[in-house]
Ligand binder design. Structure first.
Ligand SMILES: Nc1nc(=O)c2c([nH]1)NC[C@@H]1CN(c3ccc(C(=O)N[C@@H](CCC(=O)O)C(=O)O)cc3)CN21
Ligand SMILES: CC(C)C(=O)C(=O)O
Ligand SMILES: [Mg+2]
Length: 272
């Protein structure tokens, strides 16, 4: 078989967009080639999220994440995968100033990482930018509701829509990004009835995180659902418990080093 025939084509942006109202879209974040290869078998798209600043680099928010870090992790995830669509988050400060700036940085991310789409935070206020990028060949996933890059304005990561007076604004955000050409929209940290109204109001898939089971898809941070982060938001369900598993392995190694049980004969080289 030729190399061409062996190539498994990745899921495309239109295939994700066409899942509106259909089988729920499965997605997770990943920042790392080898975990991405595992996620690749089961996810429709993988997000290289700017949450990597907090999860991988110990930052207190995503505000300090530099563009080159997104490129580095984006490359790793693209290298490790072959099937899922790869979306890379645009970090704080790389797109808000103008559509021109957003295009320059989004095009750089796509060229350097070979990802297929970018994600940026903001509703109506980013609609002009989303339209500008999509018209020029860059698929955009939008992100509304709790937008973590605005944590300093909001005074923390605050669930949105508890006050029903704000619902119209969030629904207008969803409609604005859909109208601007976003192929999907992450709806984060909003009360469930608002998430349901947003999903009903737009003809693009909604990807929920701390939102609603009725969204067109779901996303979680991989390390959160694996039980690797010491603290996780309330909306996370832990499907694994890797933190304690790692600690047990490290403790056993430490004991064996101290008792000289490690390295054993099979772990050293001899000259015979
Ligand atoms: N590891 C990780 N997981 C995430 O889901 C995630 C990140 N990092 N970093 C970027 C954003 C920030 N996220 C967060 C972070 C904290 C809360 C949080 O503290 N939620 C409170 C509810 C606050 C309220 O009721 O207003 C909670 O108790 O869960 C929510 C989303 C989601 N994203
Ligand atoms: C939580 C998801 C949606 C995200 O934006 C991230 O991981 O950065
Ligand atoms: Mg993000």
């Amino acid at each position: 078989m030729s190399a061409q025939n062996e190539t498994i084509r990745r899921i495309t942006v239109p295939q994700i967009r066409d899942r509106k109202g259909g089988e729920p879209i499965v997605s997770l974040t990943s920042y790392h080639a080898h975990t991405a290869a595992i996620v690749d078998k089961h996810a429709d798209f993988i997000l290289v999220g700017d949450s990597l600043g907090m999860v991988m680099h110990g930052m207190e928010s995503t505000v300090g994440v530099p563009l080159d870090l997104m490129v580095m992790h984006g490359r790793a995830v693209v290298r490790g995968t072959k099937r899922a669509l790869i979306v890379v988050d645009m970090p704080f400060g790389s797109y808000e100033e103008s559509p021109n700036m957003a295009f320059r940085n989004a095009a750089m991310i796509m060229k350097e990482t070979q990802c297929q789409a970018v994600k940026l935070e903001g509703g109506a206020r980013m609609a002009e930018t989303i339209k500008f990028l999509v018209e020029r060949g860059i698929p955009v996933m939008a992100h509304i509701g709790l937008t973590p890059q605005s944590t300093n304005v909001m005074g923390g990561f605050k669930t949105q829509g508890r006050d029903e007076d704000t619902w119209n604004m969030h629904i207008a955000d969803a409609k604005a990004v859909a109208e601007a050409g976003a192929f999907a929209v992450v709806v984060e940290g909003v009360v469930e009835p608002l998430a349901d109204q947003i999903t009903a109001a737009v003809d693009i898939p909604t990807i929920g995180i701390g939102a609603s089971k009725n969204c067109d898809g779901q996303i979680l941070v991989l390390e959160d659902m694996l039980g690797l982060n010491p603290w996780v938001p309330k909306f996370v369900k832990k499907y694994g418990n890797l933190g304690p598993a790692i600690e047990q392995a490290v403790a056993e190694y430490a004991d064996e080093v101290k008792s000289r049980a490690f390295p054993g004969p099979e772990n050293v080289y001899n000259n015979k």
